[in-house]
Ligand binder design. Sequence first.
Ligand code: PSV
Ligand code: MN
Ligand code: MN
Length: 393
Amino acid sequence: MTDIAPTTRTRVLAALREQRIETPSWAYGNSGTRFKVFRQEGVPRDPYEKIADAATVHRFTGVAPTVALHIPWDRVDDYAVLAAYAKEQGVGLGTINANVFQDDDYRLGSVTNPDPAVRRKAIGHLLECVDIMDATGSRDLKLWFSDGTNYPGQDSIRQRQDRLTAALREAYGRLTGDQRLLLEYKLFEPAFYMTDVPDWGTAYAHCVELGERAQVVIDTGHHAPGTNVEFIVAFLLRAGRLGGFDFNSRFYADDDLMVGAANPFELFRVMHEIVGADALRPTYGIAFMLDQCHNIEPKVEAVIRSVLNVQEATAKALLVDVEALAAAQRSGDVLGANAVLMDAYNTDVRPLLRDLRTEMGLDPDPVGAYRRSGYLEKVRAERVGGEQAGWGA
Ligand code: PSV
Ligand code: MN
Ligand code: MN
């Protein structure tokens, strides 16, 4: 694809202007592996400063107007005050992520723990997260359970599913209005023999049992190598059960590297399914979130880069000549169909995105503008003793 036709260009720019990407509060804090956390200067010391960083990302990209919170990492006394602060900064509070994986009580699991008292404590936290959603005005409760077992025979797989069902039912029953429960799955880690919600099929089955406001979240780093992620996207879209994404990229397992860094072609294929189902627009309801940790690279800049990576993949997906693709598919032209897709993927969309930003009143080069802004130098001077994001704490 060399030139972009004017009508295509108008359509693509309109869709990109509408796109929304949510950034995670924990991406701005210190993080690391279980071997080492490398502390960086200028990282946020509290949830307010994380929000200030998220607002900075939005200021330079124009498409990241909300920030996801993780409780208790982002616990504050008054969430309405936090929401007001976010608004003042030009962003909103987004998804509330529950955390039932960092307490000694959860050694044998949280909501699937054999001990009813531990299960009660975990469910209490889920319900508290819905209270927080009420205060922040957040729509989505995102649940990821580290629950599972390390050894065959350690616990009953079936009973753990029963306990999971009971907990999910209680959390779901607490939702009101347009609130949703987003269930995330992950193949393994920290459990290594059996995970209670290991895959999209398990998450999907639980969501179907719960009701329409229960939806599956796809964390792009949570699959076995070689998994066809866009198939999962297509299946869940068809079933009306795709609630959102945790975008990141992986070379090995749950690496949490910048989205689009390891496999930009996969990201394009995912966005192609989204665009094909007309599911990009915010009114469709999919939450496009990042879930990343920036262990060695500067954090705010890495989040800006990640937002741009999602935008680039989306722009390419929007450029797919759908009529030519359908015609090739109908006539069984295998290579013709593939060429249509590759043509869009191989288009350099960076000039188009620069034009988009200029039209939106932004600097066409968000990374360069951020670097020139002196924000990092300013927060480095102001913030001493930044906090750990939560991982490896
Ligand atoms: C688990 O690996 C996970 O992907 C979940 O979304 C957690 O909430 C998140 O990481 C925290 O980084
Ligand atoms: Mn995740
Ligand atoms: Mn993860």
